[in-house]
Design a protein around this ligand. Sequence first.
Ligand code: FEO
Ligand code: CA
Ligand code: CA
Ligand code: CA
Length: 607
Amino acid sequence: ALAAGSSSPSIGFKAIPIGTGDSVVVPEGYRVQAFIPWGTPISGSMPAFSLDASGEDQAHQIGSHHDGMHFFAIDGSSRDGLLVLNHEYVEPRFLHGAAAGLALDADGFPQHEDGSRDADQVRKELNAHGVSVVRVRQGDDGQWQVVEDRLNRRVTGLTPMQLAGPVAGTEHVVTKYSPDGSMTRGTLNNCAHGVTPWNTYLAAEENWAGYFANEDAEIDRRQSRYGIATRAEGRYQWHRAQGGADEFVRFDATSHGTSPSEDYRNEPHAFGYMVEIDPFDPQSTPVKRTHLGRFAHEGVIFAPAVEGQPVVAYSGDDARFEYIYKFVSARPYQAASADGSLLDEGTLYVARFNDDGSGEWLALAPGQNGLTPENGFADLADILVNTRSAADHVGATKMDRPEWGAVDPATSQVYFTLTNNTRRSEEQVDAANPRAENHFGHIVRWQEEGTHAAERFTWDIFVLAGDTESGRDLAGEPLGQEAIFASPDGLWIDPDRRVWIQTDISESVMNTGIHEVFGNNQMLVADPETGEIRRFLTGPIGQEITGVVTTPDQRTMFVNVQHPGATTSAEAFAAGESVSHWPDGGSAIPRSATLVITREDGGIIGA
Ligand code: FEO
Ligand code: CA
Ligand code: CA
Ligand code: CA
């Protein structure tokens, strides 16, 4: 095990039991309020939430499926700031209240008899994706409210974006929309996030491959290695919107024209990145930072910036047997001038975890580790567009679905959740991924040898998630009832070093079979020194808990509840029913929302 670093944080609340009800439960002495559910108006003419809201209305309302999130304090305040949050995807069966009359396809999307889609419904789905920037303020009564403000903004699947870094301006990203490969439109499937040392927000593009159709007979590794198969059908069928608008047609990546500037064969190559958004400049164009690699980015976590040293950021690729990466900037951090261009020059590395507890970072750069033209990697842009293939080539360690990371402010140890991987066989087990058929996941951590820019590290396993029989804490002891969990996903270490762990047991197995003992998805707190874990929060039916941050004074915590009601059966969906009515209650459809958590005594959350 890694050396102990410091003293334990105080963890003062009484653990709660697992939850199975359609509500949020927090410890004794805590309060919780549901806030900014999907459809809450934030900008423009402030269109009220309605199931009949138009695609354009949705561009002025909070999106769906809340995920990664950060609170940007205004003037250092803990009662006034910008809440910035991702909207990962949509549930069409809840999104389109007035879709009656149209048949639903297998994924629940309304379609016309000829398979075409209603253009405004497609617009609404695209606008329900992306990022919300919303000013929020705490009133004297302690309640948080949305403030109508010029900084409020939606970034969606339709927002123009700039490409930056080595892939920008190359033939890989030439499209009819951007013949010089400098621009693209929209960000999709934004799971977790990152916050840069210069106080901007990064949204991750995770499962973007599923939005594209491609009917070409052959698809190269820029798409095939990312899960785009030769097929007419993407899940969302956006390219089949009636009217054939260019902004929808582009989701068909088939080669229709005679050159890449006549069609959208390259459109998928403009997805799979970290997207930088300046929340304090509502006119700014979001920027896709290609040097951080192209994969199913879960999120990104920056090491604390040190004046005069490189900027370092860690990122996981959430798919079975994929990798953990780190970017090290070429130029040093200088607080006075630091900006996003620091992310456009540097080195992307991928991790190898050796069985003896050591590890190394392998550079994904031209001429290094066999990444040469002879081996099929023409140049840096080619390596980055094909990040997964490059990582395969250098022999990185295939992990059990890397999700969020976090850095311990006292020890500089880096933690990463590995959510699960039921497809790992006995032959594929290694020390860092020690369980075959890994149903419950684990958390790995490492210490760099020197600064965060080091090329070697030592690692251990912080916890093996599971029930009281299969779970193991830092000391190798079975997890107690107050500590059992499965499928760790969201992860955050607060300034006092409490390790917040959020779970995402898939709706396909939630509350059934071996997962029944875990109840609904939840959030727990771990002590990084002793490894003790205590359950803090349980969520309503069918959701995952994801996204967590506090105000600077740590007296208000924001947590997201994503996809309540997702365990509703197809038959019940078809009948307009749901197993969850959270947060509105009654017979309302469920909505993703943000939780605002405070203490009755006004104290620090978790202490
Ligand atoms: Fe969107 Fe990997 O969770
Ligand atoms: Ca996630
Ligand atoms: Ca999920
Ligand atoms: Ca997940």
